[in-house]
Write a protein that binds this ligand. Structure first.
Ligand code: XMP
Length: 317
C-alpha cells in the first residue's frame, strides 16, 4: 500500500544512511524531476547537497532568474552559472538538429564538471532519473528514446566517477508529482509543461543566434502567459513556440514588412510518445496571434501546428 508519506520517510532515511556526512552534487533544471529529487536529497543531507543550475542561454524569458529564485526560497544550496556566451559561440552557424543536441549536451557536461571541481571531496551525483528514463535508455525503439537518453541520463555519470543517488528511479511522473506535493514543492513547478534539455535551440529551425533567441523568447512568453491567463495551460500536456527560418511579406501601418513566422504548438498526450494537437479555441488563437504580431518586432505571421505524433513529433527538430 504505497503512500507518498511512507515513500518520503523511507527514501530520506535510505539516502542519509548511504551518504552519511559526505557531499552530493546535482544539476537542476527547473523541471519537476530534478526539483523533487533535490528536495528529497536535501531533506536527507541538508547543506551537503550542492546544486548547480546552468544558464545555457536557451531558456525561456526570465526563466533563469525565476527558477534560481524559487530554489533559493526552498532553502537549497544552489549556484547559478551563466554560460550562455559559451553556448552561443559553439552553436554559431550550426544548423543540424543532432549536431546542436551534441554540442549542447557536451558543453553542459563541461560546465557542470568545472563547477564540481571547485567543490572538494564530492562523493555522490544526485539525479532526477525517473522510471521511464530508465526504460527508455535501455530500449532502442523510437527517436525520442535515443534523444532522451542522450540528454537526460547520458554522459554525466560515466564522466564523473561518482556514485549515483537517484531517489525517483522507480517512479512514474504522476507519482513524482505526488511526492513533490507531499514535501511542499511549489505547485507551479509540479505542474509545469515538459521542456527539452536543448531548450529553445531546437525550437529555432536552423542556426541559433542571440537575436533569434530574444525574438522567440518574447513570442513564447506571450503565448504561454496567454495559455495560463485563459485557463488553457493545464488543458494541454505541452506547449511552445517555434521560430521558422521563413521570412514573408506583411504590412504594418503603411509600411511593408519582411519578417519571420512563429509557429504555435500545443499537444495533448499521456507520456509524450504519442500526441494529438490541442484543439485550442479559435478566439484564443486569434488573440495570441494579434498580440505576438503587434508586440514582437521581427515576427509578422503566426501559424498553428495541427500535426499529430506520429507521424510528426512534438518538437520540430
Ligand atoms: P518529440 O519531439 O520527440 O518529443 O515528439 C517528445 C518529448 O521529448 C522532449 N524532447 C527532448 N527532451 N532532450 C530532452 O530532454 C531532447 O533532446 C529532446 N527532444 C525532445 C519534447 O520536448 C517532448 O516533451
Amino acid at each position: 500500500n504505497w503512500t507518498a508519506a511512507a515513500f518520503v520517510a523511507e527514501t530520506v532515511n535510505h539516502i542519509r544512511e548511504k551518504a552519511g556526512d559526505r557531499k552530493v552534487i546535482m544539476a537542476l533544471s527547473g523541471g519537476v524531476d530534478s526539483t523533487v529529487a533535490a528536495t528529497l536529497i536535501h531533506k536527507a543531507v541538508g547543506p551537503n547537497l550542492y546544486c548547480v543550475f546552468v544558464d545555457n542561454g536557451l531558456l525561456r524569458k526570465n526563466e533563469f532568474d525565476q527558477v534560481l529564485d524559487s530554489y533559493r526560497h526552498m532553502g537549497l544550496n544552489i549556484r547559478g552559472v551563466d554560460a550562455s556566451a559559451l553556448f552561443y559561440e559553439k552553436l554559431r552557424d550550426v544548423s543540424s538538429p543532432e549536431e546542436k543536441r551534441k554540442i549542447i549536451g557536451g558543453l553542459f557536461i563541461d560546465v557542470f564538471q568545472a563547477e564540481a571541481e571547485k567543490i572538494k571531496d564530492i562523493a555522490f551525483l544526485g539525479q532526477g532519473t525517473i522510471y521511464p528514463d530508465v526504460i527508455e535508455s535501455v530500449s532502442v525503439n523510437g527517436p525520442s528514446a535515443t534523444i532522451k537518453s542522450h540528454h537526460n541520463v547520458g554522459g554525466l555519470p560515466e564522466k564523473m566517477h561518482l556514485q549515483l543517488i537517484e531517489p525517483l528511479r522507480f517512479l512514474f511522473k504522476d507519482e513524482v508529482r505526488r511526492i513533490g506535493r507531499e514535501i511542499g514543492v511549489d505547485e507551479a513547478i509540479l505542474e509545469r509543461h515538459p521542456f527539452p534539455g536543448p531548450g529553445l535551440a531546437i525550437r529555432i529551425l536552423g542556426a541559433v543566434s542571440p537575436e533569434k533567441i530574444a525574438l522567440l523568447q518574447e513570442a513564447d512568453d506571450i503565448y504561454i502567459r496567454s495559455l495560463k491567463d485563459s485557463g488553457n495551460y493545464h488543458q494541454v500536456w505541452q506547449a511552445g513556440t517555434i521560430l521558422l527560418p521563413v521570412q514573408s511579406v506583411g504590412v504594418m501601418g503603411d509600411e511593408r514588412t519582411y519578417e519571420y513566422t512563429a509557429a504555435l504548438r500545443a499537444v495533448t498526450s499521456h507520456d509524450g510518445m504519442t500526441a494529438d494537437w490541442a484543439h485550442l479555441p479559435y478566439d484564443f488563437l486569434a488573440k495570441v496571434s494579434n498580440d505576438i504580431i503587434n508586440r514582437v518586432k521581427g515576427i509578422n505571421r503566426v501559424v498553428y501546428d495541427i500535426s499529430s505524433k506520429p507521424p510528426a513529433t512534438i518538437e520540430w527538430e
